[in-house]
Design a binder for this molecule. Structure first.
Ligand code: HEC
Ligand code: HEC
Ligand code: HEC
Ligand code: HEC
Ligand code: HEC
Ligand code: HEC
Ligand code: HEC
Ligand code: HEC
Ligand code: HEC
Ligand code: HEC
Ligand code: HEC
Ligand code: HEC
Ligand code: HEC
Length: 345
């Protein structure tokens, strides 16, 4: 009891912690001595005892190794607020200003090892993938052993200029290939080979998802220009068509006007069908069919068609009923088409 009062009676002028500290002295001191044994901070306050100071109530949490660090190591003066909370104010920058002052970007208070080197690189826009993941730090960061990581830049050419210049198959320099390696080489590649080539300038997808580069680069030399227009490579396919016979119908050579790269050339569009014959992409029949042969039921003869395969299935009697008042009604498809050339009432 007595000790407690004497502590409270201690005047502010005798307070070595500065005017600002408005805390109860007993939160940290006991009556025994102003000196505070280390055990004071580690033993938990038992029930009924004065609550002990919790550093996490200040502006600075004691995480990781800091929780076991002596107050005096951080608080050189007893005016606690004078401590600076920037990591670099207490820790030597081992990196000699090569990575900036924000240590917490890469480190925690647990230890100085960097657990997540991958993320550091990802944040720099240079994910360590493929051959880069297995390369050692100092192959790229020449002064890594001195913990110095000055900027080297992400540009492939910076590090691979020699590789580029000494290429032979194909000779990149004489071919005039871009020095943006990523135009053609994958960032996650383990080597420079064809299996890791990006081909976005002419996407190798769907029907063009072909492993054999020579199917198109027939000379085997990538520097020999290859045509990009469909018909240059697909003239035979065009000439051999039967369903429908493209030549007989006078279809243009511009495959892409009707085709995508979808395998088997299906589905294909024939937009002129609406204006030339019968609306199938507009009007009542837009979306009403899947395949041409739902109307053109006779393979290879597009002059034949059936309307009743669909409309009969609805209800033949109903159809007849609907035409009760229509003179000359006939259930033949050619008759349907003659009276409904636009597929509308
Ligand atoms: C947040 C905890 C905390 C509070 C609250 C606190 N002190 Fe301290 N005080 C310390 C620490 C830590 C030391 C250093 C003890 C050591 O080194 O063993 C210290 C040391 C002292 C010393 C010895 C100074 C020296 O030079 O060795 C005095 C005197 C003292 N405090 C007075 C006070 C008074 C008076 C109050 C209340 C107004 C107070 N303290 C409140 C933590 C605190
Ligand atoms: C790892 C370093 C570190 C350790 C260890 C540490 N502190 Fe701090 N402490 C700080 C920092 C940094 C601040 C924030 C200073 C600020 O911005 O006001 C702070 C703030 C404080 C404050 C609040 C000051 C105010 O006016 O708001 C008190 C009180 C304090 N510390 C007491 C202690 C005591 C007592 C111990 C030992 C149990 C201790 N500290 C251990 C770094 C530390
Ligand atoms: C107010 C001073 C202070 C601040 C601010 C501070 N530290 Fe500390 N830190 C210390 C002291 C003192 C130690 C214990 C002595 C030592 O190991 O250097 C320590 C220990 C450490 C340790 C353990 C080192 C080991 O070898 O086990 C790590 C890691 C650490 N601090 C990281 C950080 C990081 C990261 C920050 C910023 C988020 C930071 N510190 C901010 C003072 C500080
Ligand atoms: C961009 C990330 C990055 C930043 C920012 C950074 N470091 Fe490091 N630090 C590293 C790497 C990487 C290592 C090597 C450790 C490893 O390989 O795990 C390292 C190692 C360390 C080591 C251990 C050195 C040794 O001898 O083992 C210390 C100490 C250290 N850093 C302090 C700091 C301090 C202090 C700051 C802030 C000024 C800081 N670091 C900022 C990435 C960083
Ligand atoms: C294949 C090359 C390569 C390898 C291997 C590599 N790095 Fe990097 N590193 C880079 C590039 C590129 C950057 C980001 C661009 C820059 O520094 O300008 C970078 C950035 C860094 C940075 C700085 C990040 C920053 O934000 O300041 C650190 C630290 C770093 N690397 C550490 C390492 C460590 C540690 C290893 C080994 C575990 C490693 N690197 C392996 C290429 C590499
Ligand atoms: C900071 C330097 C650096 C940068 C930037 C860099 N690399 Fe690398 N790269 C290396 C190192 C080191 C190796 C492993 C050693 C070697 O094979 O040359 C490597 C290996 C490779 C390999 C495997 C080569 C082989 O045959 O083993 C490829 C492919 C590659 N890098 C592509 C790229 C691409 C694409 C970029 C641009 C996104 C790039 N690199 C940016 C340093 C770099
Ligand atoms: C226009 C596309 C393209 C660009 C851009 C490109 N390459 Fe290539 N590269 C290729 C092709 C295709 C191959 C051959 C792949 C195969 O068949 O194995 C190749 C192969 C290579 C080879 C191995 C061939 C040899 O003769 O050694 C290296 C090394 C290489 N490229 C480096 C680079 C570098 C470095 C860059 C950027 C500075 C780059 N390439 C940019 C398309 C490209
Ligand atoms: C389906 C056909 C096709 C296949 C398969 C194909 N390419 Fe190509 N490739 C082309 C066409 C078309 C061009 C011309 C693009 C242009 O000029 O815009 C071309 C261009 C290129 C170029 C030259 C780019 C330039 O800037 O000069 C390279 C290099 C290349 N292809 C590499 C490959 C590799 C490697 C493969 C196998 C992985 C491959 N190609 C598979 C059709 C193909
Ligand atoms: C440089 C040559 C080349 C060019 C240009 C080209 N192709 Fe191809 N295409 C091929 C090769 C090779 C194949 C695979 C062999 C085959 O099926 O003929 C193929 C396959 C296809 C297939 C798959 C055929 C099937 O049977 O599954 C379609 C669809 C196709 N191409 C459409 C097109 C279209 C549309 C264009 C124009 C935008 C085009 N191609 C341009 C070479 C080319
Ligand atoms: C006016 C539109 C149009 C044009 C232009 C066109 N096609 Fe077609 N093509 C079609 C339609 C419609 C089909 C049938 C799709 C279906 O049955 O669903 C088709 C089917 C095909 C078929 C498969 C049928 C068969 O008989 O083998 C091939 C192959 C084909 N086209 C190749 C080509 C080629 C190559 C070109 C360019 C040189 C081309 N087409 C241009 C509309 C067109
Ligand atoms: C909903 C019914 C319907 C669908 C679906 C349809 N057609 Fe037709 N098509 C017609 C009708 C009706 C005519 C006009 C017949 C006439 O003039 O003798 C016609 C005419 C044609 C002709 C002209 C035949 C000739 O010899 O004059 C061709 C070619 C043709 N269609 C191709 C197609 C292709 C290819 C598809 C699929 C992409 C298709 N049609 C889908 C109803 C359809
Ligand atoms: C693939 C199935 C199919 C074929 C084949 C088909 N139709 Fe249709 N037709 C429909 C569907 C679905 C509708 C819209 C729903 C409805 O009104 O029954 C429709 C609507 C109509 C309508 C308008 C009905 C209204 O209430 O306004 C007429 C008229 C019509 N078709 C005539 C024809 C003629 C003529 C042919 C042959 C050239 C034909 N259809 C072939 C499926 C088909
Ligand atoms: C001689 C001309 C003629 C013939 C042939 C004909 N229709 Fe019609 N159709 C009409 C007329 C006119 C109407 C409008 C009747 C009404 O509103 O009372 C009609 C209405 C329809 C309707 C709309 C019914 C409703 O109530 O919504 C459909 C669907 C239809 N016809 C389909 C067909 C089909 C399929 C055939 C062939 C089996 C066919 N028509 C043959 C003239 C004809």
């Amino acid at each position: 009891m007595f000790c407690f009062f004497s502590l409270q009676g201690y005047g502010q002028s005798d307070n070595p912690h500065g005017e600002e500290l408005k805390m109860d002295c007993a939160a940290c001191h006991t009556a025994q001595s102003w000196e505070i044994p280390a055990s004071f901070w580690t033993t938990k306050a038992e029930e009924g005892q004065t609550p002990r100071f919790d550093h996490n109530d200040t502006r600075f949490n004691l995480e990781g190794q800091h929780a076991f660090t002596d107050c005096r190591f951080c608080h050189e003066t007893l005016v606690f607020s004078e401590a600076n909370s920037e990591c670099i104010s207490c820790h030597t920058d081992m990196h000699e200003m090569t990575v900036g002052t924000d240590c917490a970007r890469c480190h925690t208070e647990e230890h100085w090892l960097v657990d997540d080197v991958y993320s550091i690189h990802l944040e720099n826009g240079f994910p360590l993938l493929g051959a880069h993941a297995t390369a050692s730090c100092d192959e790229c960061h020449v002064s890594a052993s001195d913990l110095q990581f000055p900027r080297i830049g992400n540009d492939c050419f910076t590090c691979h200029q020699e590789d580029y210049v000494s290429t032979t198959t194909p000779d990149h320099v004489s071919a005039g290939y871009s020095i943006q390696c990523l135009d053609c080489h994958e960032v996650n590649a383990y080597d420079w080979s064809a299996s890791n080539i990006i081909h976005d300038f002419f996407p190798l997808i769907q029907g063009h998802d072909i492993a054999d580069c020579n199917a198109c680069h027939t000379t085997g030399d990538f520097t020999v220009p290859v045509p990009t227009d469909c018909v240059s490579c697909h003239l035979d396919d065009f000439n051999n068509t039967t369903e429908p016979d493209h030549q007989a119908l006078g279809f243009s050579n511009d495959c892409a006007a009707c085709h995508t790269l979808a395998v088997d050339w299906m589905p294909a569009q024939f937009l002129d069908h609406d204006a030339l014959y019968f609306p199938i992409y507009s009007g009542n029949h837009a979306g009403a069919w899947q395949n041409c042969n739902e109307c053109h039921t006779t393979p290879n003869n597009y002059s034949l068609f059936s309307c009743t395969d669909c409309h009969e299935h609805n209800d033949l009697n109903q159809l007849a009923d609907d035409h009760n008042d229509v003179p000359n009604y006939s259930p033949a498809s050619t008759a349907c088409y003659a009276c409904h050339p636009d597929g509308a009432e």
